[in-house]
Design a protein around this ligand. Structure first.
Ligand code: NIG
Ligand code: FE
Length: 405
């Protein structure tokens, strides 16, 4: 057995189902060619093993790299003014209908240079990296025209090249109706289907397609046109549904075999059951729930009952979830939605990988997957959800390579 690196003297929260955190005490983990080549109890190491480098982790906990499976990381400007308005009593939907909300960020994003967008997004992505995130999903959706949607997706790809992290791109051209099409939703959907999506696909910029299905965005009938086209292209689909109201989006997404349905504060039991049947992941976004001071949490008991896998994500966006820490989201998921700390960590590792269709390569510490590891200054993996803020990362490894500061 010939390994590149062997990590010894650690506690591995492998996140493999079957035991709490899939924990292995006094573990050893080996990597070869960027992938995990062996993981288990140190005492069970094969006697003939040999590693070019041996690292003693001094007893600390190791988890898979964290995965933020729902972000709107690329955008121009910010919405601190809207935050203030909401504190004075204005409602998110009222602001959105008056041309604020998503549309104000569309204006700022169209006006920004590609360079300025990249710099701001890179700073936010580096914050994720520093807290142990190795896989990041990034949506478009603040362009809402051909040129800016393509620019956003291209920038997301650029980030994946510039930073030691895996970036998955999602085309969310159907985020809301742009002003130019305010009375012509079907014409805008034609633009997405005839131009934006085909051009983005031709340029290799799309891993998945998403739609915001909501009263202030697209109806299920409109969303279905996009899901059908995406499926015909062979692309994975996702849906923002049930954030503010239940329009039946989760059931629709299930019929299209969506990887995930995201938000889900408002969803019927029948649709949860349909999600289970279709293997959809429920991506919960406690940052948006918190920021909008929503009062109806997602039906976690139903997800558990029907065994719908639960992921959590930051939903980082300038309006409803200016959350610059995925770790903070773990805490919010427990405190606001009553997830267990183990469910929260699984939601940001194993299940998040599944929400991106990446479960073959990411999300657990198992042989054959990429060696994306984070070592933590903690005594108990529940601490990852327990602390509110603060940094606990000791070391980060991506594809078998130690990352610097
Ligand atoms: O996930 N729900 C739709 N999109 C974002 C909100 C974006 C915005 O307000 O800019 C969300 O919450
Ligand atoms: Fe979102």
């Amino acid at each position: 057995m010939d390994w590149d690196t062997l990590w010894l003297n650690c506690q591995a929260a492998t996140m493999v189902p079957g035991s709490p955190y899939g924990a292995i005490r006094d573990a050893a983990i080996a990597a070869r060619d960027g992938r995990i080549a062996w993981v288990g109890r140190r005492h069970d190491l094969p006697p003939e093993h040999c590693a070019a480098e041996i690292v003693d982790l001094a007893g600390c906990w190791v988890t898979p790299g964290l995965i933020d499976c729902h972000t709107h990381l690329i955008f121009g400007g910010h919405r601190a003014q809207e935050f203030t308005l909401r504190l004075e009593g204005a409602r998110y939907e009222t602001i959105a209908r008056a041309g604020g909300g998503i549309l104000s960020t569309v204006e700022a994003t169209r006006a920004a240079s590609a360079d300025a967008l990249l710099r701001a997004a890179e700073a936010r992505a580096r914050e994720r990296l520093a807290e142990g995130v190795t896989v990041l999903e990034i949506k478009s959706g603040y362009g809402l025209d051909v040129e800016t949607e393509l620019r956003m997706l291209r920038l997301a790809r650029d980030l994946g090249e510039r930073l030691p992290m895996t970036v998955r791109t999602t085309c969310l051209a159907a985020h809301t109706l742009p002003l130019e099409y305010s009375q012509a939703a079907d014409d805008y959907i034609d633009l997405i289907l005839d131009t934006i999506l085909p051009r983005a696909i031709d340029s290799g910029l799309v891993d998945a397609v998403d739609v915001f299905c909501e009263g202030i965005a697209f109806t299920p009938v409109q969303a279905e046109r996009i899901l059908r086209a995406a499926r015909d292209y062979g692309l994975a689909v996702k849906l923002h549904a049930g954030q503010l109201s239940d329009l039946g989006g989760a059931g629709l997404a299930a019929r299209y075999g969506a990887l995930s349905v995201d938000h889900l504060e408002h969803v019927s039991e029948a649709d949860v059951c349909a999600m289970a049947g279709a293997g959809c992941v429920a991506v919960l976004l406690p940052g948006a729930f918190y920021s909008l001071r929503e009062t109806q949490p997602p039906p976690v008991a139903l997800f558990r009952k029907y065994r719908v896998p639960i992921a959590i994500a930051s939903d980082l966006n300038p309006g409803t979830s200016p959350v610059r820490s995925l770790r903070l989201t773990l805490n919010m998921a427990c405190t606001l939605f009553r997830l267990t700390p183990e469910e929260a960590l699984a939601g940001a590792t194993r299940v998040a990988a599944r929400a991106l269709g990446l479960q073959q390569n990411y999300g657990t510490l198992e042989c054959g997957k990429f060696a994306d590891l984070v070592s933590w200054d903690i005594d108990d993996p529940a601490e990852l959800a327990y602390w509110i803020g603060g940094a606990a990362v000791m070391g980060r490894v991506r594809h078998g390579k130690l990352l610097g500061d």
